[in-house]
Design a protein. Structure first.
Length: 198
């Protein structure tokens, strides 16, 4: 099975179907990317040979408190939330993270869809990665697990906003964690996305 970890879904509300967005210029010849050992290391024992099966229980409606949790931060270009260079950005970062032996045990990658034209991506790491833009996150986050097609992402975000409003808490920030690639989600029959609300 070919892993699609470096492909991401089209975001909800774009008027595009649940297909995958790939990251090439129109008409460009794109060679097969070189193999990345991180994928083999991370997933060598998974059922698909790609993404491990996700266990939602530890993340369902939990309060997560971080003090200076370390991330590699990068930026992805988008057009109406459809990413254009996500694969390239993630390959570059994962190669640097693997070289630094800084993989996070949860393989946590958060996406902040803060613009129609781009998104910030935060890859959790166990230590600083030379040459990467590092960022520390602190605060209390509420997590909620959603399951279903990526086209529901807008509804999931609205669900979190409503939940926070009903509890009388201001919502400062909302992050998405896409836990498996689309192909593995199809193989497992489950497509889990975890929202982190600060």
């Amino acid at each position: 099975m070919k892993c699609e970890r470096y492909m991401v879904p089209v975001q909800a509300g774009t008027g595009v179907s649940d297909d995958l967005a790939t990251f090439t210029s129109p008409g460009a010849e794109v060679p097969e990317p070189p193999p990345i050992r991180w994928e083999a290391t991370m997933n060598e024992s998974s059922e698909t040979g790609c993404c491990p099966r996700f266990n939602p229980a530890p993340w369902e409606e939990k309060e997560v408190i971080w003090k200076d949790k370390l991330f590699v931060r990068d930026r992805v270009r988008s057009v109406f939330h459809i990413p254009l260079n996500f694969g390239r950005v993630m390959r570059r970062n994962m190669q640097a993270i693997e070289a630094a032996e800084a993989l996070d045990p949860d393989h946590l990658t958060l996406t902040d869809e803060n613009s129609l034209w781009g998104a910030d991506v935060y890859v959790a790491v166990s230590k600083a990665v030379p040459g990467a833009r590092m960022e520390r996150m602190s605060g209390t986050f509420f997590t909620k697990v959603f399951e279903g097609p990526y086209s529901r992402a807008g509804r999931w975000a609205e669900n979190m906003r409503t939940l926070f409003k009903e509890q009388g808490h201001p919502l400062e920030k909302l992050f998405f964690w896409y836990t498996t690639c689309p192909r593995c989600a199809k193989a497992y029959g489950e497509n889990y996305v975890v929202l982190f609300a600060k």
